[in-house]
Design a protein around this ligand. Sequence first.
Ligand SMILES: Cc1cc2nc3c(=O)[nH]c(=O)nc-3n(C[C@H](O)[C@H](O)[C@H](O)COP(=O)(O)OP(=O)(O)OC[C@H]3O[C@@H](n4cnc5c(N)ncnc54)[C@H](O)[C@@H]3O)c2cc1C
Length: 265
Amino acid sequence: MRIGVLVKQVPATENVRIDEETGTMVREGVEAELNPLDLHAVEEAVRLKDRLGEGTEITVISMGPPQAQKAVRAAIAMGCDRGLLLSDRRFAGSDTLATARTLAAGVKKAGGFDILLSGERATDGETGQVGPAVGQVLGMSVLTFVSAVESAGKGSLVVRRAVEGGHERVEAPLPAMLSVVKEINTPRLCTLGGKIRAKKTEIPVLGADDLPLPAEHLGLPGSPTKVVKVSYPQITRSGKKVSAADSVDGAVEEILSVLRGRGIV
Ligand SMILES: Cc1cc2nc3c(=O)[nH]c(=O)nc-3n(C[C@H](O)[C@H](O)[C@H](O)COP(=O)(O)OP(=O)(O)OC[C@H]3O[C@@H](n4cnc5c(N)ncnc54)[C@H](O)[C@@H]3O)c2cc1C
C-alpha cells in the first residue's frame, strides 16, 4: 500500500499579517512550523503503516519555499519514509486551485498513492480546500472530516466522518483522499532516532520544469482568486477590564454597578 501525506509549513504565530499591496501573506521574519493540524494526518499515516505491515510506504509532500523542507523532515521524524518538496519561485502567490494542481502533479510524479492524507485546514489560509481539491484533480474518492479509519485494504476503506450532530460511516473505493480532523488521534512525539533519520534523509526538490503543468496553471497567474482588499477590524469600543484577582465579590459588584448605571439591571 502506498500512502501519501500533504503537509504545509505555516507561520508559528496566530498573528498572520497580510501585505496590503499584494494581498499575500508576510512570511519574512516570522518563524515557521509544520501546520499543527497536519500532525494528525502524519500520525494517522504512521498508524496505518503499522496496521498494514510490510510493503506499506509513506511519502510526505509539501509545496513551499526551500525552508519548507523543515516541515517535511518533521513528518519524517514522526515515521514517514521519504519526502518530496515542490519549490519554485513560479509557484509563489498560488491560491487553493493552483496549489492543488501543483500538489496533484507532484503526487503523480511520486507515482501516485492508494491513500492520500491531509490536515483539515492550514492555520494561515484556513480554507480547508487544498486536500479535497488535490483528490478531485486526481480523480480519487474524497472523504473530508475523517475522525477514524476503521479498515483499509483490498481496494476499499471504511472511515468515520464527523458530521453535524454525529458521525457517518462511509465505505469508499481506493485510491482515496482523506482530510482528517484533530479528534482522529494524538500525534506522537518524535524520538531521537527519528530526528536523526529525518536529518539524514535526502529530500528531492521538484520545480515547475519538472512538473507537467502549463505555465498558466502556476502561481499568481494561475490563480483565479484575487485578494482585492485587505482590512483589519477596527476596535471602536473602549471597554473596561474588571479583575477578580483580589476579590470576586468586589469584581461582581463593580460589573453590577456599571450595568445599573446604564439601566441594564
Ligand atoms: C489570510 C489568507 C486568506 C486566503 N484566502 C484565500 C482564498 O479566499 N482563496 C484562495 O484560493 N486562497 C486563499 N489564500 C491562499 C491560500 O492560503 C493558499 O492557496 C494556500 O496555498 C493553500 O490554502 P490554505 O492555506 O487555505 O490550505 P488549506 O486548504 O486550509 O489546507 C488543508 C490541508 O491541505 C494541505 N496543504 C495545504 N497547502 C499545502 C501546501 N502548500 N503543501 C502541502 N500541503 C498543503 C495540508 O495538509 C493542509 O492541512 C489565502 C491565504 C491567506 C494567508
